[in-house]
Design a protein around this ligand. Structure first.
Ligand code: S3P
Length: 183
């Protein structure tokens, strides 16, 4: 397997939570690219988008990831921003730089998870319940799926009886860990 590891997927897929657990278990570094963006540019992705627009954000986001990839540290798990793989040639870049894993969820599960989080940093979803969130995210997920599905590995969130029980992030991290150490 080529290092580093890039976790990709829609908002609410657990890229940050799963990435932290995974890096901890592997004894590797963990970098959340939204946090790195905030540190480098002084604004969170949401504030940057509000101030300068999404195009300007995507251009900067691209270079944050590519600049960090030049650091001479291989054993890193990166949580990417949810829209990163779907911009220009970003998915190709990811595949050249390391190994990508798509954390795939059913849209209604993502909506349920997002409804339980602080949505103040997600202007499009703020104040909405799970059903309303689903209406917003469905078309975007559909448009993004062809990009996400180019990942080197696709991991489906482990959910039994169509019910979330809170163990999913741990289980996903375990699945990733097994995949990495057995490859
Ligand atoms: C975005 C997702 C966010 C962040 C930005 C745009 C998106 O990252 O990069 O607000 O377009 O899906 P997370 O997926 O980590 O929430």
């Amino acid at each position: 397997m080529v290092y580093p590891i890039y976790l990709i997927g829609y908002m609410g897929a657990g890229k940050t939570t799963v990435g932290r657990i995974l890096a901890d278990r592997l004894g590797w570094h963990f970098v959340d690219l939204d946090e790195a963006f905030h540190e480098i540019h002084g604004l969170s992705p949401a504030d940057y988008i509000r101030t300068y627009g999404v195009e300007a954000f995507r251009r900067k986001e691209k270079y944050v990831l590519e600049d960090l990839a030049e650091l001479p540290i291989e054993k890193v798990v990166y949580a990417t921003g949810g829209g990163y793989p779907c911009w220009e040639d970003n998915m190709e870049c990811l595949k050249e730089l390391g190994t990508s894993f798509y954390l795939r969820w059913q849209p209604h599960h993502l909506a349920q998870r997002l409804a339980l989080t602080d949505l103040s940093e997600r202007p499009l979803l703020h104040g909405k319940n799970a059903e309303e969130i689903l209406d917003v995210i469905m078309p975007q997920l559909e448009a993004r799926a062809p990009f996400y599905e180019q990942a080197d590995y696709i991991l489906d969130a482990p959910i039994s009886n169509d019910t979330l029980d809170g163990s999913e992030d741990e289980l996903l991290a375990e699945m990733l860990y097994d995949c990495i150490i057995n490859s």
